[in-house]
Design a protein around this ligand. Sequence first.
Ligand code: FE
Length: 439
Amino acid sequence: MNSRTPFALKGDIVHTPSFAEFTYYEDAYLVCQDARVAGIYRELPGRYRDIPVADHTGSLIIPGMCDMHLHAPQYPFRGLGQNIEKPDWDSWFDQYAFPEEKRYEDLDYAGRAYARLVGDLLQSTTTRACIFATIHRPATEHLMELLHAAGLCAYVGKVNMDRNSAPGLLETTEETLAETRLWLARTAGKYSDVKPILTPRYTPSCTNGAMEGLSSLMDEFRVPVQTHLSEGPDEIAWVRELMPDIRFYGQAYDRYGMMGTRQPALMAHCVFSTPEETEMLCRPNVMIAHCPDANLNYSGTAAPVLRYIRKGARVGLGSDVSGGRTLNLLRIVSEAITASKIHWAYCERTGVPGEKRDVLTLANAFYLATKGGGAFWGDTGSFETGYAFDAVVLDDTRFSDGNPRSVYERIERVISLGDERETKEKYVNGSCVYRRKSG
Ligand code: FE
């Protein structure tokens, strides 16, 4: 089966066309035509009577998940550095992030490390990702090639850093702009599924000169931008020091057209955004990559995503590997719910007495991981007719307990406890990119 020939997957279909609730179709057919969802049917209509059917009766079929914030070069040290005794941010960068990222100057090392990451991504529920690479152009291009060969959809960024970096990871302003231009020229039209995204690491690591140059490149090549915003109080104070004329961090990007005014913008974290910054985040061309696992670990708190959503912001979920511990977005969905409960409990205890309980439901968090992040690619992350056919078949028999369980209970349990062992098949744009070996 390929993306052109119509085919169907049969199983228990679950998605969230709306933020509020799941929609289920037990023992139904999900039809793919021309890489898009053609419909969900209890019985196949006559025109589809003879199409191939992959029979996954008894398995769950969910939309592919979108990891909206992932540092590819940090994958080798995942799970490490989460409990550094000296509690400052620099020690994590100095001990883990920067030494590892330096290694990607060596294309052989980069090739091996990125191949492991892409192999693991293939088995996960992730079908699309927005990825930070390193400052190194050749390794970044190699990562794009690997993702394309694997059939995954991604935006990948060559990182820019021309100040406040580590030796070996510091570019001059001229270098960072010249290499970014060359990288964009080589990759902007190369693949239909893997595209470049401008990636100034964050304000402290990019001079005004670099940001000005990147702003021009963003428009010249018409590429979106991704970066970090308001992740921690120390970082915000540092940005204020570096740019004393701004009122809030978001202005440091907005003045270069990087807050959705000219091209789409993806802002990771947004834990401590002020009311003015929140308004900026609600612009239609901005998306927040909410990274609950990383936020709970780093700052012991969580972004108030429900507040942002209720004000109209678009939100997706990110693993933030390896500030976050895992690529497994099922777990990140779980963490998003936990984080929202922690945030609510904190607000209730410190805020107005009797404040209403307002936490992410299972359906809300599932929506963020699928249709929420998927909106960065347009109609993606749902099984509504016309949406990109990104689907993951999950075999949840590992959790069978001898009792009849509703589809809701099964999806709840697979989100709480599932991982790559549950991935049976995975489709991106109608093409099967992964099939579990039987036996
Ligand atoms: Fe990050």
